[in-house]
Design a protein. Sequence first.
Length: 265
Amino acid sequence: MTTATRLPTLFLSHGAPTLPIDPSLPSGGFSALASQLPRPEAVLMLSAHWGTLQPVVSTAAQPETIHDFYGFPRALYEIQYPAPGAPDTAQRAAALLREHGVAVGEESHGLDHGAWVPMLLMFPEADVPVAQLSIQPRADAAHHFALGRALRALRDDGVMVIGSGQITHNLRAADFSARPEDADPRVAEFTDWFETHLAARDIDALLDYRRRAPHAQLMHPTDEHLLPVFAALGAADDDYTLGVQSLGTYQRALAMTNYVFGPAH
C-alpha cells in the first residue's frame, strides 16, 4: 500500500461491559463510526484490560471471548465473539517493536471485553481478524506513544491500530442512576482540554496531561484507561486529521468519546 491508503488509527471509549445489551447506552454509535471508515484487513487492539510489565502480543488463531467482569446480567456472559485471530499481524507487530529496541513477548491470549465489545459493535459479523497487544499500566504516556510510533508501518499493510479505554474513567465518581444530562461539568473541562490539544497536535502537552490537564487526577485516578489513546496517537501520521465522535457522558463521570486519527491529506 502507499501512504495515501494508510488506515486511520482509533481510540474508543468502550464504556461499561453492558454496552451491547443496554439500550440506554450508545452502542449504535460504534456501528455508525465503522460505516464511515475503510474496512481493515486486520485490527491490532490495545485494550485497557490487558496489562503486563512488558509488551506482549497475542498470537491466538481463534481467540476466546473473555468475560472479565462480575455481577452483570447472564445475557452478557452468553455473548461470544468468534472473530479469527491475526497471528501474522501479531508477529509483525512484535518484529516492529523489536526493531525499535522494545522487548516483547508472545502468547495465545483471548479477547478481553475492552477488545471484543467494540469489535462486536463495529464488526458484528466477526469477520475481521483481530490481535491484541498489551499495555503497560506501570509505564507512562510517552512509553505508549513510542509503542505506537514503532507500529506505524502496520497501517500500510491494511491493519487498523485501535486503542480501547475511556477518555474519562473514575468509577468511584460514577453514579449509575445518573442521566446523561447529569454529567459532572468537570468531565467536559477535561475532554475539551484534551480535544483542543489533539486538534493542535500538541503532543508534548498531551504526554504531560497529568500536570497540565484540568481535573486529570479526578478523571483518571490510574492511567490504564487513557494509555491506549497515546498508542493510537503514536501510530498516526505526524499531521493527522482529527475526527471526534462524542456519544455523551454516562453514569455522571464516564465520557463516551471516540477519536479517529486520519491520514494526512
